[in-house]
Ligand binder design. Structure first.
Ligand code: MLT
Length: 221
């Protein structure tokens, strides 16, 4: 299973590990995040894009600077991304995917040699373009480089959308609803970062309530 939430949760998780965070504890509810804060944890949390009043910072990948996160454990709660991680938590293995670790996460999937599900976090149980084109990019790499096949219409639709977006991702994504939401809230400085391919070979993995990072060679894809 790969969970994707391009704008911005899984891109932010990858950024945090790129900047040396030790562990991330994803939590579903605001109450859980608040309780961790009261116990003294560093908490990153937002709802509808906006930082929660008790949180140390929000969900921009740029919030997870080395000064803030290196060597630390962070508790993390977001509108959709951490809910999707919770939803996936009983699966065999759960990885975090973003454009920034696309080849690495595909290589990790190839090495698992198992069936793959890409869980798009979307927005409040609705479809999202940015997550779907990333799902399409994953499908394309798995089919092209590793002999995977799919008979799943949603995977094929994602692949079709990715073929429309691939040549100019930023122009394509300009119509996405979450892109407009972030623009409206003045939080859209991360659009280019979140759609940049292969900035890292780190793959965050979920295990027993915590995200930790492994590094995956990226040469296969
Ligand atoms: C989420 O998890 O809902 C999103 O990543 C929200 C956001 O960053 O605006």
């Amino acid at each position: 299973m790969v969970v994707v939430d391009v704008l911005r949760a899984t891109s932010a998780i990858c950024a945090a590990f790129m900047n040396g965070v030790d562990k991330i504890i994803p939590v579903g509810t605001v109450e859980e995040a608040r309780a961790y804060k009261q116990k003294g944890f560093l908490v990153a949390a937002e709802r509808d894009g906006l930082v929660l009043d008790f949180a140390d910072f929000g969900n921009s990948p740029y919030n997870f600077t080395p000064e803030r996160v290196k060597g630390k454990t962070i508790v993390y709660s977001t509108t959709n991304g951490t809910q999707a991680i919770q939803m996936a938590s009983s699966c065999y293995k759960v990885a975090i995917g973003a454009f920034t670790n696309l080849s690495a996460v595909c290589n990790w999937l190839i090495h698992q040699n198992r069936d793959v599900i890409v869980l798009c976090a979307g927005w409040k149980n609705r479809f999202s373009l940015e997550d779907t084109i990333l799902a399409g990019a994953i499908v394309q790499k798995l089919i092209a480089h590793a002999g995977f096949r799919t008979e799943c219409d949603s995977a094929l639709a994602a692949l079709d959308l990715w073929s429309l977006a691939e040549a100019d991702i930023l122009t394509y994504i300009d119509k996405a609803a979450q892109r407009s939401r972030l623009r409206k809230n003045g939080l859209d400085d991360v659009i280019e970062f979140c759609h940049t391919l292969d900035l890292t070979n780190i793959v965050p993995l979920y295990s027993e309530g915590t995200l930790v990072a492994i590094s995956e060679p990226v040469s296969v894809c």
